[in-house]
Write a protein that binds this ligand. Structure first.
Ligand SMILES: *Cc1c(COP(=O)(O)O)cnc(C)c1O
Length: 289
């Protein structure tokens, strides 16, 4: 079984120049698999096991943390896994090799076909009615419930919790956790791609806009894009702390946190927590090294 209760400690990183910053180490939930992807999968896996389902199917690009997490979760709990891979990408990288090690069956499909994931899912489900199909990125109601558990692992005096945000599933889950325990912390999601408006709509629909906020302008050009400034920041932080960051998610979120802090965003009495969502395999991508 995977123990999801991750460490919480003060973060000493000279490059941030932030005294009293706390970090929740969901990157330590698993050496390779994204912490937040484990959180999101947890209740889906329990469901699949309780129903006696026979396997897990999902979708992803060649560098998908969710795809890899599904492969590892399947291997951990004895469920075979398959993933439809968005075609015409690099089909032999460290993500795909690792997913294969976990026994995942990778099924590349051309981009046009991949676009209609519902059609692929429907066709698959007819042939395999006893498999659980998980959406791209792992977004679901069960996923949010899994994420909400993070809040119960924290003391209740944090005023701000910050993390990287893409589908806003993690953000919604944290918001629901805050609601449930009646805490007052504000959840800040740093948009790592240019979809802040879409993320806000999701928060509105979930009636979480008073608890959660999406912050934009730290996309560094878009999803998986980077700049020399971001890479320098990422390298300094890693060298100063021994904690890995990845340029796709966590480095952008932490860069934003530093910037917000030094531009006076937080009140003096703020108790700030950075949620390290994992994804550390990302830094080992050829294009970043
Ligand atoms: C997927 C991912 C996120 C984004 O989570 P969402 O729930 O989609 O907003 C953040 N950090 C890491 C490391 C991830 O892999």
């Amino acid at each position: 079984m995977i123990d999801l209760h991750s460490p919480l400690h003060l973060l000493q990183a000279p490059c941030l120049e932030i005294p009293n910053l706390w970090i929740k180490r969901d990157d330590l939930i698993h050496p390779i698999v994204s912490g937040n992807k484990w959180r999101k999968l947890k209740k889906n896996i329990s469901f699949a096991r309780a129903k006696g389902l026979q396997g897990l199917l999902t979708f992803g690009g060649a560098y998908s943390n969710h795809m890899l997490a599904t492969a590892c979760a399947g291997a951990t709990f004895g469920l075979p896994t398959k993933a439809y891979l968005r075609g015409d990408e690099d089909m032999d990288n460290h993500y795909l090799r690792t997913a294969r090690l976990f026994g995942m069956d990778l099924l590349p499909v051309p981009r046009e076909e991949y676009r209609d994931k519902q059609a692929l899912a429907n066709a698959f489900q007819i042939l395999h009615p006893d498999w659980l199909i998980l959406p791209e990125g792992g977004a679901s109601e069960a996923a949010e419930k899994g994420v909400a558990e993070i809040i119960s692992e924290l003391p209740d005096d944090f005023t701000h919790i910050i993390c990287a945000s893409a589908t806003a599933t993690t953000l919604c889950g944290l918001g629901q956790g805050i609601r449930k325990v009646g805490a007052t912390a504000k959840i800040l999601g740093i948009a790592v791609l240019k979809n802040a408006e879409e993320q806000r709509q999701k928060l509105d629909a979930a009636r979480l806009s008073d608890v959660c906020e999406v912050i934009e302008s730290y996309e560094f050009g878009g999803y998986a894009k980077t700049t020399p400034e971001l890479m320098d920041f990422c390298r300094s932080f890693i060298a100063q702390t021994g904690i890995l960051l990845d340029p796709v998610y966590t480095a952008k979120a932490l860069f934003a946190l530093k910037d917000l802090y030094h531009s006076g965003y937080f009140p003096a009495e703020a108790r700030i927590l950075f949620l390290h969502t994992g994804g550390t395999l990302g830094i080992f991508s050829e294009k970043f090294l």
